[in-house]
Design a protein around this ligand. Structure first.
Ligand SMILES: Nc1ncnc2c1ncn2[C@@H]1O[C@H](COP(=O)(O)OP(=O)(O)O)[C@@H](O)[C@H]1O
Ligand SMILES: [Mg+2]
Length: 221
């Protein structure tokens, strides 16, 4: 589904990321692990072209991603960050925003179905500033799913949550991945989470890839 080859990003002579190569199949989860500052977020930003690689490229379903219009790429490769960046307003406005940007209108039953899927029925009119951290993260996931992505990039999506919310979000993502055959690239510093969620693992250190392979083998799961 997604294959990175020699992905590199150099800024002002410094290599933030050098020669990263991996592949992940449909419905697989790749965990990206490494110390703070290793380049994990940098890698995710290259995967939907929030930043441009200075060398190397990415194939999405066999197609070089530079040949895919940026809007289409961003629709097909969704992103969920550590904190939900919701804009002020209601939950349904936040969910409908992405598709509207891509020229399609989400119907109320579709919004309801997304809310149902993330376990927040009847949250339509809730104002986002009244949500808990875990609820906001569920809305961020619903918003990402509204675009019908093929790949979801997750940048430490549970690291700002308490233990109970963390496990609930894991369970939610697990069911969504299964149901939608979604491919995920999941940055985490939580080894146990990687064991629970991942099929493959990629280790970064100082912008370099130290290991890539089966999660079972690399994480001794
Ligand atoms: N736009 C940028 N310009 C220069 N340096 C950057 C930029 N973005 C990130 N960095 C640096 O790149 C390194 C990797 O950052 P990051 O990808 O955020 O690491 P991680 O997510 O693994 O903690 C850090 O040293 C960071 O300071
Ligand atoms: Mg980061």
């Amino acid at each position: 589904m997604l294959r990175a080859t020699g992905l590199t990003r150099t800024v002002g002579g410094a290599a933030l990321l050098a020669q990263v190569s991996f592949h992940v199949a449909r419905a697989e989860v790749l965990a990206v692990l490494g110390p703070s500052g290793a380049g994990k977020s940098t890698l995710l930003r290259l995967l939907n072209r929030l930043d441009e690689p200075t060398a190397g490229t990415v194939e999405l379903a066999g197609q070089d991603y530079h040949t895919i219009p940026l809007r289409e790429l961003r629709r097909r490769v969704g992103m969920v960050m550590q904190r939900a960046y919701l804009f002020p307003g209601s939950v349904s406005q936040n969910i409908a925003f992405g598709p509207a940007q891509h020229g399609s209108t989400l119907l109320q039953p579709e919004i309801d179905a997304l809310l149902e899927q993330v376990g927040l029925r009847d949250y339509n009119e809730r104002l986002v500033h009244t949500l808990s951290g875990g609820e906001a993260q569920r809305i961020a996931i619903a918003r990402a799913l509204a675009n019908q992505p093929e790949v979801l990039l997750l940048d430490e999506p549970t690291s700002a949550l308490d233990e109970v919310s963390k496990l609930a979000i894991e369970e939610l993502l697990e069911s969504i991945i299964h149901q939608r055959h979604l491919t995920c690239i999941w940055v985490t510093h939580d080894w146990q989470q990687a064991i629970r969620m991942a099929d493959k693992a990629l280790f970064l250190e100082a912008g370099r890839q130290t290991q890539f392979g089966s999660a079972k083998e690399l994480l001794h799961a």
